[in-house]
Design a binder for this molecule. Sequence first.
Ligand code: ATP
Length: 363
Amino acid sequence: MTATWPLQLDSVEKWYGGFQALRGIDLHVDPGEFLTILGPSGSGKTTALKCVAGFELPDRGRISLGREDITDAPPSARDIGMVFQNYALFPHMTVAQNVAFPLKMRRTPRAEVARRVSEVLEMTELGALAKRLPKQLSGGQQQRVALARAVVFQPRLLLLDEPFGALDRQLREQMQMEVRRLQQALHLTCVFITHDQEEALVMSDRIAVLFEGEIQQVGTPEEIYDRPANLRVAEFVGESNILEARVLANGDTFSEIEAGSLRLRLPHGGSVHDAGQSVSVLVRPERLRPGYGTEGPSLRARVSETAYLGSTNRVLLETEDGRSLIMRLPAGMVRPTPGEVMDVGFDPDTARILRRHIAKEVA
Ligand code: ATP
């Protein structure tokens, strides 16, 4: 089995000229953990990965793999496997030769190369394609070769930079499962980057959300989705209903909130807001339900649009005071009809009080 290593980033900063691409990144990835850096285009995901791989050097901070400080080590000395969106296979080499390449670079004995290549080709279901050239493969197959090549030398860490971006949805979902299976079978520490929140939620042990070079939150997919650290994280990760509200009073575990005609008692989760302060309240679309009035807060709303999405129905609503809401109902529940007026409500325990994101000034 592959030896696994923890990865640690401490206060990593990266500047491109006068532009700061990474602002004090602190991140720990456990041995065998699958951590995703999720962020919009330009947020610094690739820069962070390049610093870990050694293709860029941070201007400040420290990167360690296991007990070793690798901050300034050349890429070849880091023993890190990488997979990119554009496969980067050698076109003149067969599948087996591509996969064998990192072992040959490391002067691995011939018999061992043959054994490891055939083992990895088997694990990635490429055995039958060993003699083909990359141009004779589909996109999904090429990406599997890139993955086999990245793990064949038993790397200390596996980095994946938007590896499924070029694949269609079905193949993408299949590859997501395959990568996860392989990573778990080899117990590899893995950092994956994507701008696709669904992909991050499906694949990760934990997610680090990155905006403008700054980590907003690190947590399990459930924590990131159900308890986002701020409004921007909430809106980036999934659909949201955001109710503008005002804090009336605070209790030990609850805050009293006023949102339009609604009076709510919501868990504040320890981050108490001052009375009178404006806050946002997050209610995920699947937490809204028709006719919840007897058990929790409810709003009178008119159905403006409905859409059938297979496993769920998405219902767009307009409240009496002009707010737009999204509700997601399981496909088994009756789909309301446009024009219908109904009460919709939610269990207050599932709503979150959010602080607004305050971006640091770009120096
Ligand atoms: P994407 O999802 O689009 O790949 P990303 O989150 O990976 O984006 P980066 O590629 O890390 O983002 O880029 C972060 C910021 O740094 C961007 O504003 C980008 O324009 C800038 N940047 C990246 N590389 C360089 C460079 N070599 N020189 C100058 N600026 C750069």
